[in-house]
Ligand binder design. Structure first.
Ligand code: DQA
Length: 145
């Protein structure tokens, strides 16, 4: 069976391109998907994409991931800073998770400096825009090899 990774994006990331372009740039979520998928094809990893604005849907996606994927790339967006439920879901799922943020959360407001995801993630990539997803895929490729 080939390797498969799920890329999970949280709330408001469906608005990328229109949302606060001075912070997030003009890249849309569809652009990020295309970029990440193309890189996945180059390194022989299937990439599946999921986005939701609902916390419980993100928990469900993490719970389901174990059945068909070998790793998760997660941009939990604002839930990064609030969600014990996502923290627990990651712990329970047993898959390696790479936490991604487009922006450098540490150079922004203080409430973004704490992440409930980081302590249960295999690693964190932030501040590199859409490229962060590609970097995360390379990192996961090494881990699940
Ligand atoms: C974000 C950073 C979060 O603080 C914010 O709530 C987001 C996007 C990022 O990708 O930079 O929605 O996760």
């Amino acid at each position: 069976m080939g390797k498969s990774v799920i890329v999970i994006n949280g709330p408001n990331l469906n608005l990328l391109g229109k949302r606060e372009p001075e912070i997030y740039g003009s890249t849309t979520l569809a652009d990020i998907e295309a970029l990440t998928r193309a890189h996945g094809e180059n390194i022989d990893i299937e990439t599946i994409f999921f986005q939701s604005n609902q916390e419980g849907d993100l928990v469900d996606a993490i719970q389901r991931a174990g059945a068909s994927h070998s790793g998760i790339i997660l941009n939990a967006a604002a839930y990064t800073h609030t969600s014990v439920a996502l923290h627990d879901a990651i712990k329970a799922c047993g898959l390696p998770v790479i936490e991604v943020h487009l922006s450098n959360i540490f150079s922004r407001e203080e409430f973004r400096h704490h992440s409930y995801i980081s302590s249960v993630a295999a690693g964190v990539i932030c501040g590199f825009g859409a490229k962060g997803y590609v970097l995360a895929l390379d990192a996961l490729a090494d881990i699940i090899d």
